[in-house]
Structures are given as structure tokens and as C-alpha cells.
Design a protein around this ligand. Structure first.
Ligand code: ATP
Length: 236
């Protein structure tokens, strides 16, 4: 197992957002986390990336207990989160933003190769390489956030709502790119409102409800699960 959460609980002050969740992500997988607004999807991502401390339970990554490890050190270990929404540096160019993603690395050749790979995955970013991040459209900024995360060459890429706010055509495109990134060897944990797309792309998925995992299975199993269909896919 690349990632293993066991009975993780997390609190925001007196509000308990995660009630003891357990999940695994195996190397090479795309795993989708779906659920309604406020179910705890983003909170689960924050627990994994170390942006919020967990109250109890454990998180193991690549054979190591990272439950209490600092967020920046998790990045060095290979856990990288592309933030929900923007989260790019608006005053820096596209290229500078991408460079920032590689700040923990020293292998110049590897960095150059990954930059080429990111610009090939996102031709739009290549066209706008010298433009300031803040002048990009919402969809382009989303791509830049994902591209920047890839520049750290993560073992595990955490994507929080990558399709949020995108036009339908771009949504399709972003999911194609997610599949491609995975096929190139990156394991992905994906949080999505767009359950249909996420589950059809994912090897496995988990359903979160008010801080609990209530269902899990292969992407196909969940897509055909009547309860999932009714609650998350808009079909009765
Ligand atoms: P969304 O898609 O709306 O982001 P989500 O499934 O990602 O939903 P979370 O953002 O993880 O849900 O929120 C889980 C619970 O924790 C919710 O009840 C939310 O109100 C609460 N919560 C989230 N962030 C904070 C915070 N910074 N302070 C207090 N409560 C929070």
C-alpha cells in the first residue's frame, strides 16, 4: 500500500469533521473520494497533506508513519496536493509558478524533463509561459495548479475538485489529463463533486457522508450502486 489511513479523526475546534475514516491507495491507482458538500472530502485531503493535524488514528505513506510529520516534509516524501481552486502565485509567470513546484528538488535534468512533460500535457500553459499567473482564466489557473504539483514529481498526487468551475469541454479535458498523468506512473487520490466522471476514471472509490466512509468499491461497482446513483449521480 502506498497510502493507508486508519481510524483518522479530525476536529476543527469543537466540530468533529472526520469520525474515524480508514482508506487505502495502492501504487498506480486512481482512487476517487466522493460525497456531498461538507462531507469531509477536503478535510481528508488536508489530513493527508498535513495542512491540518489529525486528532487520532494513523496515516502511513510508503511504509512510513507520517501522522505527525510536517506538511513540507510530506512533500519531500512524495505527497503533493494541488489546491482546490486557484492557489497559484498571481504575480509570477506561468514558468516561474512551475519552477516553484520543483523547489524541493535538485536534479536539474529531471526538473527540465518534467517541465517539458507538463508543457506537453498542457499546451495552453506552453502558449502562455511568460504570462503572469493572475492573468490566466480560471481553467488555465486550475491547469497551472496541477502542473505545479506535478513539478514536485509526487508519488501521490492529491487533487481537490480539479473540475470545479470549468466549462463542460474543459472538464472532459481535465479528466483525460488526469488519466494520462496516472498512466505515466503517478498515483492519484481525487476528490470530486463530479461523481460520474470521477468514478468512471477511478480504479476504486470511497463515499464519504458526514465524516464517515459509508461505501467503497471499484469505480464500476459504485457507478452501478443504486444508493450512489440516487444520491450522487442524479439518477433514481
Ligand atoms: P466541500 O465540497 O463543500 O468542500 P467537503 O466534503 O470537502 O465539502 P469539508 O470542507 O472537508 O467538506 O468540511 C467538512 C466539515 O468540516 C463541514 O462540516 C465543514 O463545515 C467543517 N469545516 C471545514 N473546514 C473548516 C474550518 N476551517 N473550520 C471549521 N469547520 C470547518
Amino acid at each position: 500500500m502506498l497510502l493507508e489511513l486508519e481510524n483518522v479523526t479530525l476536529q476543527y475546534g469543537r466540530i468533529q469533521a472526520l469520525h474515524g475514516i480508514s482508506l487505502t491507495v495502492d501504487e498506480g491507482e486512481i482512487v476517487a473520494l466522493i460525497g456531498a458538500n461538507g462531507a469531509g472530502k477536503s478535510t481528508t485531503m488536508r489530513a493527508i497533506s498535513g495542512l491540518r493535524p489529525v486528532a487520532s488514528g494513523s496515516i502511513r505513506f510508503n511504509g512510513e508513519d507520517i501522522t505527525r510529520l510536517r506538511a513540507d516534509l510530506r512533500v519531500v516524501r512524495g505527497v503533493c496536493q494541488a489546491p482546490e481552486g486557484r492557489g497559484i502565485f498571481p504575480g509570477m509567470t506561468v514558468l516561474e509558478n512551475l519552477d516553484m513546484g520543483a523547489y524541493t528538488r535538485k536534479d536539474r535534468n529531471g526538473i527540465a524533463a518534467d517541465l517539458e512533460r507538463v508543457l506537453t500535457l498542457f499546451p495552453r500553459l506552453k502558449e502562455r509561459a511568460k504570462q503572469l499567473g493572475g492573468t490566466l482564466s480560471g481553467g488555465e489557473q486550475q491547469m497551472l495548479a496541477i502542473g505545479r504539483a506535478l513539478m514536485s514529481r509526487p508519488k501521490l498526487l492529491l487533487l481537490d475538485e480539479p473540475s470545479m468551475g470549468l466549462a463542460p469541454m474543459l472538464i472532459q479535458k481535465i479528466f483525460e489529463i488526469i488519466t494520462e498523468i496516472n498512466q505515466q506512473g503517478t498515483t492519484i487520490l481525487l476528490v470530486e463533486q463530479n461523481a460520474q466522471q470521477a468514478l468512471s476514471r477511478a480504479h476504486r472509490g470511497y463515499v464519504l457522508e458526514t465524516g464517515n466512509i459509508v461505501r467503497s468499491g471499484t469505480g464500476a461497482e459504485l457507478l452501478h450502486d443504486p444508493a450512489v446513483k440516487e444520491a450522487y449521480l442524479g439518477v433514481a
